[in-house]
Design a protein around this ligand. Structure first.
Ligand code: MLT
Length: 237
């Protein structure tokens, strides 16, 4: 059983092409169909929301597959509830926190979103989500998913991303199997991040997806799903 954790500013729909793999994809607070959070959020808050959903659905343990911000949340889950983690799939993400310039940029974006709305973030990020050769239909699909994010959800997530902790030690001390997946043309979390994460973890496999940018699971689902299925089989997950 995989729990798919979406990135920013996306929703569970970003995993539509992974529905053939047994799993469950929740919408994080303020994204997709989930109500917006009432206050500032942290990665731990998102992780707790997922743990509550697992309790409701009586899911004891799962492989957590986190895409970008979803990866930051997967690390939070590993710290909060290590016994509920049977494996990790880190998709186009990184274990390091924002540096000072990165953090400053997040707070500037918060100001712009308050003034102009969610489209500020969507316009800035959409060109980096897929490669320039992605089909126009796929670009519209990604845009639609992003535009459905609520302003309150986007603002809370930007703050949570800016304040996220360093997850280096979490990854270094991880004993469960880890799959690291990255698009070869990802410029948001480039292949160098994935290579570093795969070296840090004790039991990791690195797969680079050809012809994909940040949303490697959406842009190249065949390659992506094959990598996930073979990871699950190899580790009997
Ligand atoms: C994401 O896709 O979740 C974001 O790119 C994460 C980030 O900006 O750090």
């Amino acid at each position: 059983m995989i729990i798919w954790i979406h990135g920013f500013p996306l929703s569970s729909l970003v995993f539509a092409k992974q529905r053939t793999i047994e799993g469950f994809a929740p919408d994080l607070p303020g994204f997709g169909s989930a109500p917006a959070p009432q206050r500032d959020s942290t990665m731990d808050d998102y992780a707790r929301a997922i743990l509550r959903t697992m309790d409701e659905k009586k899911i004891a343990r799962a492989v957590f597959a986190g895409l970008s911000m979803g990866g930051y949340i997967a690390f939070a889950l590993a710290r909060l509830a290590p016994r509920r983690v049977s494996g990790l799939i880190l998709i186009d993400t990184r274990e390091t926190p924002d540096d000072a310039a990165g953090k400053k940029g997040r707070y500037e974006t918060i100001g712009k979103v308050k003034e102009k709305g969610v489209s500020v973030v969507v316009d800035a990020m959409l060109p980096k989500m897929l490669t320039p050769s992605a089909a126009p239909g796929l670009v519209s699909e990604a845009r639609e998913i992003m535009m459905a994010s609520s302003p309150a959800g986007v603002l809370a997530a930007l703050k949570a991303i800016a304040e996220r902790p360093d997850s280096t030690e979490t990854l270094r001390t991880m004993t469960v199997p880890v799959l690291v997946v990255v698009g070869d043309s990802d410029t948001i979390t480039p292949p160098a991040d994935a290579q570093r994460m795969a070296k840090l973890a004790r039991n990791a496999t690195l797969v680079t997806i050809r012809g994909a940018a940040h949303l490697s699971n959406l842009e190249q689902p065949e390659q992506f799903n094959k990598a996930v299925e073979s990871f699950l089989t190899r580790h009997d997950l």
